[in-house]
Design a protein around this ligand. Structure first.
Ligand code: ATP
Ligand code: MG
Length: 489
């Protein structure tokens, strides 16, 4: 393992030097020391010191102090976003926790030992003095780094009881570093799993995102399941355990979803694709029915139910609205694939119109994850390539209202009153153009719009919302039926 000759940025050295020349200690601590020791680039830099917040604020030109933990942010001149703010925290002693979330009080200390003792894992509790090169490793962190294990500092039971988020941090760090979790630490997690229910959904989400974005989400989520904390992160995922599928699959729904996600990670695809891969069949357990005729399981409407569940799950975890709508949209559409030898170009155009041009490549990638996740990839990649070339072709045709050779302004100019009728007419015209792109001419569309202008509201609305609304109603009915059957509200 590399030792202290580590590449610490100049700005960090200067910050430490300022503290030291004023007579205070300055130790790098936490993830940055851990990462330096294993040759990984630190995500952020933390300094701990015996100076108090007031002292720190006096020593640096630009600082902010807006929390209850004593952490002062020092604003630097650096262009690098990771170095723009260096966080300096006074030595702290672990306070009493009565809610598994926040210490009841924050107490400062004069001793580095106290501060190292309150940290979560031994590998995160190594202090390094950049000025002298000295290391303080009171809990065997370097040894655990070499063994690649995550070990709680002190009694794991107590530490997880104090702060339940640490359990999820253990899994996340193990996913990011490919470390094992020490047996006693794992036992402590299993015993305190239910405490995770007290942690805010935003904090759970942040750790979940890091797990999903790591190189090995499959391994990590399996571990979370085994240790009993997945129930408090994504309970719906556990319903897929032992939920066997039809002949096309080697795995139960749970493993299929994790393998689909793992493929997205192997490809280094975006968070949106990864979440879609993880959730695309989340509604399968609720829709599973045995078919005597097929002598196999069926999952009718699982795409619709999965999309609804995805929306709810991501909203509960406080994901941004864009993420929720994009991911549930992809999940809703994931069954699009049909035999490119029989599918028509107009069906492909309708698919693009429904999911949006900007999402179509992600949808195909989701399909790739789904395919690999079966463990029995039956579709030859050739078929997918052929479908992709049809998508390319269809993308040259008009697939949205904005691509029509007529717009709302033109309709108004021709005498149509502003209001919902404009939208109905444009959508009705798009329906025709999706079937037959050559109809996208000013001449034809103006003529058809003229005819539609004479239609009564009721009839025009029906025409305009034909493609879109009919589908939604059917979906609502389907979901109601399923809910009733499974007694869920
Ligand atoms: P990364 O920066 O890669 O996210 P990290 O380990 O540095 O990983 P931070 O959230 O930056 O994570 O926390 C910095 C340090 O603060 C940790 O290394 C650990 O020593 C301590 N720490 C963070 N969260 C906790 C916690 N919940 N309980 C105890 N110590 C913690
Ligand atoms: Mg950090």
């Amino acid at each position: 393992m590399k030792t202290a000759e580590m590449s610490v940025p100049e700005i960090i050295r200067e910050t430490a030097a300022t503290l030291k020349s004023a007579g205070f200690d300055a130790w790098l601590v936490g993830g940055c020391v851990r990462d330096l020791l294993i040759g990984r680039e630190p995500k952020d830099w933390d300094i701990t010191t015996n100076a108090r917040p007031e002292d720190i604020q006096k020593l640096f030109e630009e600082t902010f102090y807006e929390n209850n933990y004593g952490t002062v942010g020092v604003v630097t001149q650096s262009e690098n976003p990771k170095l723009k703010v260096v966080e300096i925290t006074p030595y702290r002693i672990e306070g009493k926790y009565s809610n598994a979330r926040h210490p009841d009080e924050v107490r400062f200390s004069d001793k580095l030992e106290d501060d190292l003792e309150r940290r979560d894992f031994t590998i995160n509790a190594i202090a390094y003095d950049v000025m002298s090169g000295e290391m303080r490793d009171l809990h065997g962190g370097r040894e655990d780094l070499a063994r690649k294990v995550i070990v709680a500092v002190g009694d794991p039971h107590k530490r997880f009881e104090e702060d339940a988020l640490r359990m999820l941090r253990a899994i996340r760090i193990s996913a990011e570093l490919d470390f094992a979790i020490d047996t006693q630490t794992a036992t402590g997690i299993a015993a305190n799993a239910a405490q995770l229910g007290k942690i805010s959904r935003e904090r759970v989400r942040d750790e979940l995102v890091r797990i999903v974005m790591s190189e090995r989400p499959l391994q990590a989520l399996y571990m979370a399941q085994r240790l009993g904390i997945l129930k408090y992160v994504l309970p719906e995922l556990e319903e897929g355990l032992g939920c066997n599928q039809n002949q096309a699959h080697s795995f139960d729904v749970f493993e299929h979803l994790l393998r689909s996600l793992q493929h997205a990670a192997d490809k280094n695809w975006s968070l949106d694709i990864r979440l879609s891969a993880l959730l695309h069949d989340i509604g399968k357990p609720a829709t599973r029915e045995w078919s005597e005729e097929k002598k196999d399981w069926t999952f009718h409407g699982h795409d619709v139910v999965s999309a609804k569940m995805t929306k709810k799950i991501l909203n509960d975890l406080k994901f941004p609205k864009d993420t929720v709508s994009k991911v549930s949209n992809l999940v809703r559409a994931h069954m699009f694939f049909s035999d490119p030898d029989v599918v028509t170009l107009s069906a492909v155009r309708r698919l693009i119109a429904r999911v949006g041009q900007e999402n179509i490549v992600d949808l195909v990638n989701l399909r790739v994850c789904d395919r690999i996740g079966t463990g029995r990839p039956k579709e030859h990649p050739f078929r997918l390539r052929k479908y992709m070339s049809m998508i390319d072709e269809a993308m040259r045709d008009p697939v949205s209202v904005g691509m029509l050779k007529i717009d709302g302004a033109k309709l108004i100019e021709k005498g149509e009153a502003p209001g919902p009728r404009i939208g109905w007419i444009l959508h009705a015209l798009l329906e025709e153009v999706l079937d037959e792109p050559s109809k996208n001419t000013e001449e034809y569309l103006e003529k058809r719009a003229g005819e539609m202008s004479d239609m009564a509201d009721e009839a025009l609305k029906e025409l305009g919302e034909k493609g879109k609304d009919r589908k939604t109603e059917e979906e609502e009915a389907e979901v109601k039926k399923l809910r009733a059957k499974h007694h869920v509200s």
